[in-house]
Design a protein around this ligand. Structure first.
Ligand code: CA
Ligand code: CA
Ligand code: CA
Length: 239
């Protein structure tokens, strides 16, 4: 009975401290002047951060202005966000609304491949392509909104919209460093950019999962478990 009581107490303690941590906002930007940065965190933007009206993307929940990156080159000019001063954490997640504008040519279209890539600390976490004008491969990033339809910008071509929040590749990215560099950049040997193909983002957000005591078993918990195991061993010894 004593053994069981010890084990029950030890496992109860382990269960209590191992409660899952919840995602917490690190940074958000609606590109309409509302930027939120977690307390103690510094946000620095670099590369391309120009904004313009969301036009027809308003039907998909975009609002006011969005960041639009229409740069050319391979790779094109990145949109980069550097966050520093992060507290202890185990993972980060990236969310927002993504606009894929005009004549993207997929990875197997007429002037292709066209890729959109997300990097965290220089590591590629997501590579996506979209068959807006030619080709046949389209990556669903998160949840597709509204299908392939004209939303403005270059009126000759249809656009796509996604809610990237919750995308498997952008959620729960293992990360523990005190700084984070998020880069979003288009490229590929078929990337034309400019008004031919571009991308935009609205309501960009980065969340992290603060490390709680229970994310790693505390020494006291291990000691309790050890004591319980010792008790079990003692009980099993022949008298
Ligand atoms: Ca906006
Ligand atoms: Ca094109
Ligand atoms: Ca292209």
């Amino acid at each position: 009975m004593l053994r069981n009581a010890h084990l029950a107490a030890a496992f109860a303690a382990a269960t209590l401290v191992a409660a899952p941590a919840s995602a917490t906002l690190l940074y958000s930007n609606d590109f309409d002047g509302n930027v939120s940065v977690a307390s103690g965190v510094t946000a620095v933007t670099s590369g391309l951060w120009s904004t313009e009206s969301v036009q027809g993307f308003s039907a998909d929940g975009f609002s006011g202005n969005l960041l639009r990156n229409a740069s050319t080159g391979n790779p094109a000019t990145a949109t980069t966000l550097t966050l520093s001063g992060l507290g202890a954490h185990d993972s980060v997640s990236i969310g927002g609304l993504l606009g894929i504008m005009d004549s993207w040519d997929s990875s197997n279209g007429s002037v292709s491949p066209d890729y959109l890539r997300f990097y965290v600390d220089g590591n590629l976490v997501l590579q996506a392509t979209f068959a807006n004008a030619s080709g046949s491969v389209t990556t669903t990033v998160g949840t597709a909104l509204g299908g392939l339809s004209h939303r403005g910008f270059n009126g000759q071509y249809a656009d796509r919209a996604y809610d990237i929040t919750g995308d498997a590749a952008l959620t729960g990215i293992a990360h523990t460093a005190s700084s984070l560099v998020l880069s979003i950049v288009a490229g590929g040997s078929g990337w034309q950019g400019s008004t031919d193909e571009s991308w935009g983002i609205d309501n960009l957000r980065v969340d992290y999962t603060p490390r709680q005591a229970g994310n790693v078993p505390e020494p006291t918990t291990l000691a309790l478990l050890g004591l319980a195991a010792l008790g079990l061993g003692a009980r099993r010894r022949p008298v």
